[in-house]
Design a protein around this ligand. Structure first.
Ligand SMILES: Cc1cc2nc3c(=O)[nH]c(=O)nc-3n(C[C@H](O)[C@H](O)[C@H](O)COP(=O)(O)O)c2cc1C
Length: 476
């Protein structure tokens, strides 16, 4: 099932019992964010949250926590809601191989229904804004997809980028945003500024659920997010032409904001409670002038609570971080079996691999740190044998506890890049990275005495089936 817009997905979530409409009148602050924060505190499987009775707003419709559970993530991919996470990642990886699927260009995008432009462009008239955490410096658009083009290759569809970057609302038609240097929009902006130009952008809010997944996904610079969305949806992604910039934007978005990032201008942006579970301070960041806003009638405003993990973002950028790192790593090391990089957008990753020879697992771990995403994340890498499931943390902890010789298998590499948001980085953006080789040494690395592993008894498989059968018959 492929959803062409957020509304279609919300209908499915509601039918599947995965969307909770909050009937009570609530305050925009602190209720909306506190409710979304609470969604991450009520155990596995929290629903999306819908609010349409918010004090001070007329007709506001706000949705939070749309991707904020494994069942909702499964439904976003068109899978049954009870699909286990490991299977969701495997299916995601299978669909990746269908890339690229050309998008389908459509006319009559629903967001063409209403337009304000020039001096009339006023975000406060269109969006029911509210703050998320007590220490945030302002209102944020934190689940929007930002579309920009490479100024050196404006007609190259693959280099057109669609990414999620937090955006602070500075005024009725002014925004500031935070592009981490390793990310594509930062490259586009650098090129524009080197030319002495502004960088046009389109910001789309309230997108279909797969657009949010690909926009937050660390793909290669020249890979098109729309072509990946098509692969993941199993159907071409519907796109439309944004009227002012001419950029390709999702056909079904609720709101499309167009304007420019003003070249060589910086203003104080932040603080903002981040995915690391810490605030990022206020820093000088690029600013955006809004020139045109197009929107559906009665647009649904989608937002995402960020704070101490786990929150919605951890589901949203779980599988979509594991799979690119797996594919990029496997391109050079086909021995790699699986990657679990679901922790804090991959600041920590666990890799299982077969080995060619002694030292091989360490080489795999080092390479992971230099994949496009690893460069700015993957601060801690744990490598385990091929028969250890990186998604089963009990197995991983067994491997670390039983296989590691701290004298040889724990390696720190100082002076490497990391996202400046990493609260441990010092100065921001610089860190030492840690590699833990928890694999069994192989020739010529003859350390330890691993020659006699205890294997499950031959009869264990049969007994697993018998016990499961007895249990399903109600024997306790
Ligand atoms: C909710 C959310 C907020 C994010 N905020 C930022 C941000 O402020 N700055 C940033 O550079 N990346 C941010 N990211 C991460 C990027 O979207 C993600 O790493 C993506 O892969 C970047 O793609 P790119 O390399 O094509 O730019 C955010 C992701 C999500 C899901």
């Amino acid at each position: 099932m492929a959803y062409d817009d957020l509304r279609g997905f919300l209908d499915t979530l509601e039918r599947e019992g995965r969307l909770l409409r909050v009937p009570d009148e609530v305050l925009p602050e602190p209720d909306l964010a506190a409710a979304a924060n609470a969604a991450g505190r009520i155990g596995e499987g929290a629903p999306a949250l819908w609010f349409d009775n918010v004090t001070g707003f007329t007709g506001a419709r706000i949705v939070l926590n749309v991707h904020g559970s494994w069942p909702n993530h499964a439904l976003a991919l068109g899978l049954p809601k009870d699909t286990p996470i490991r299977e969701q990642v495997e299916e995601f990886a299978r669909r990746w191989d269908d890339f690229p699927v050309a998008p389908e260009r459509r006319e009559d995008a629903p967001w063409r229904e209403n337009t304000v432009e020039g001096p009339d462009a006023d975000l406060f008239q269109v969006l029911p804004l509210f703050r998320l955490n007590d220490g945030d410096g302002g209102f944020y658009l934190d689940k929007a997809a930002v579309v920009s083009r490479d100024p050196d290759a404006p007609d190259d569809f693959g280099r057109q980028n669609v990414g999620i970057y937090r955006i602070e609302v500075m005024g009725r038609n002014r925004l500031a945003f935070q592009p981490v240097p390793v990310h594509d929009v930062a490259i586009h902006l650098r090129k524009a500024e080197e030319r002495g130009e502004d960088l046009p952008i389109a910001i789309t809010l309230g997108n279909d659920p797969v657009i949010s997944i690909v926009a937050g996904m660390p793909m290669a610079y020249d890979q098109s997010e729309y072509a990946m969305a098509g692969a993941l949806r199993g159907a071409p992604a519907p796109i439309a032409t944004a009227p002012l910039t001419g950029f390709d934007v999702p056909w079904g978005s609720e709101v499309v904001v167009e304007g420019v990032i003003e070249g060589r201008r910086r203003e104080l942006e932040g603080p903002f409670g981040e995915f690391t579970g810490h605030y990022s301070g206020g820093r000088r960041m690029p600013v955006i002038r809004v020139d045109r806003v197009s929107y559906r009638t009665d647009p649904i405003f989608e937002s995402l609570y960020l704070g101490m993990p786990w929150t919605e973002i951890d589901y949203l950028v779980g599988p979509n971080t594991c799979v690119p790192v797996l594919k990029q790593l496997r391109a050079e090391f086909p021995e790699v079996q699986a990657v679990n990089a679901m922790y804090t957008h991959g600041l920590l990753g666990i890799i299982s691999t077969r080995k060619r020879y002694g030292g091989f697992a360490k080489a795999v771990g080092m390479r992971a740190m230099t994949t496009p995403h690893g460069l700015g994340y993957l601060k801690v890498v744990i490598v385990v044998d091929e028969d250890v499931d990186p998604f089963d943390l009990r197995q991983v902890m067994w491997a670390v506890s039983a296989k590691v010789d701290p004298a040889v298998d724990v390696i720190t590499v100082p002076g490497l890049p990391v996202v400046p948001l990493d609260p441990a980085s010092s100065p921001p953006g610089m860190i030492a990275k840690l590699l833990v080789d928890a694999t069994t040494p192989v020739f010529p690395d003859d350390r330890g005495h691993f020659g006699s592993p205890v294997r499950d008894l031959p009869e264990t498989g049969e007994w697993v089936r018998r016990l499961q059968a007895l249990r399903s018959e109600g024997v306790r």
